[in-house]
Design a protein around this ligand. Structure first.
Ligand SMILES: [Zn+2]
Length: 297
């Protein structure tokens, strides 16, 4: 038995996960907003109640927004700003009296899918979350690759490769750069591109539906999106050469991506032969908390 905690901006969830992948216990509570100490106490309470419910002590892993600086040991880059600057791993471990593994939510997603999801059995898995942002995680031989700077997988903030006329002007990104992959492939990026080209402000699912219904402008938006994703993922293949690329997040429900993106990416992968599979996730919204449970302290 192992325990996974998914710390989000509004909810904290815990599961007890058997080695078989079966969930034996689950609890969800509201996150104490903006209160670091109350957040720690809430997490410890969840762990104690889960252990009482199952009667089994097991390791605890935690998924959080943001990551732990390898230089300072403190949380950074979390959109739950009360966590930033805190020594969260040490603080939680101190309160529980045992080591706790922590990884960001994209790494947990990748680990979940690599362990017993869409990437099960693959040596190298690249897990991408495309939703409000565009994050990713790398799992090699069943382990998260964190990296010297804890930014492995932050591919969303690489520049979009081979920009064309239709990609200009390069959109500003919150990270301070322009033309980041995230500014094109996130949900807001897709909506902005469609609005710029058509003057119509539609949600991603409405653009996909309009394209399926024969609307030429929406179809053109989707083709631009797919070609951008193909160029961006070809860069990942050239660098990391994963066996499987798993998509998660709201935009991973767009079925046509799995057919069309691999049609376009061959032209950008060195050697033009691509065995990498692009697949949808299997665990959906549960991937974060399941991946946290699979982390090893
Ligand atoms: Zn950026």
């Amino acid at each position: 038995m192992r325990y996974g905690v998914d710390l989000g901006g509004t909810k904290i969830e815990i599961i007890a996960l058997a080695d078989s992948g079966e969930v034996r216990h689950r609890e969800r509570i509201d996150t104490p907003a903006g209160d670091y100490l109350a957040t720690l106490q809430a997490i410890v309470g969840l762990v104690h109640r889960a252990r009482a419910a199952t009667g089994v002590i097991g390791a605890v892993g935690m998924g959080t927004p943001g990551s732990i600086s390898r230089i300072t040991g403190r949380m950074k880059g979390s959109n739950s700003v009360a966590l930033n600057g805190q020594r969260m791993r040490e603080d939680i471990a101190g309160m529980l009296g045992e080591p706790v593994a922590i990884a960001n939510d994209a790494n947990c997603f990748a680990l979940s899918e690599a362990t017993d999801g869409a990437g099960a059995g693959a040596a190298v898995v690249f897990g991408v979350i495309i939703g409000t942002g565009c994050g990713a995680g790398v799992v090699v031989h069943g382990k998260v690759l964190a990296g010297a700077n804890a930014v492995a997988g932050e591919w969303g903030h690489n520049p979009l490769p081979y920009p064309r006329e239709e990609d200009l002007p390069l959109p500003a990104c919150y990270c301070g750069q322009r033309g980041c992959i995230e500014t094109y492939l996130s949900g807001p990026g897709l909506m902005r591109d469609h609005a710029e080209k058509t003057g119509r402000h539609l949600k991603p699912e409405a653009i996909v539906a309009a394209a399926a219904g024969g609307d030429a402008a929406s179809e053109a938006t989707m083709v631009r999106y797919e070609k951008r994703m193909a160029r961006a993922l070809a860069g990942v293949i050239n660098l990391l050469d994963p066996d499987v690329i798993v998509l998660g997040g709201g935009l991973s429900h767009i079925g046509r991506l799995y057919r069309n993106v691999p049609r376009y990416w061959g032209g950008y992968v060195f050697g033009n032969e691509v065995a990498t599979r692009l697949v949808p996730n299997q665990h959906g919204d549960a991937s974060g908390v399941r991946g946290a449970a699979w982390l090893q302290p």
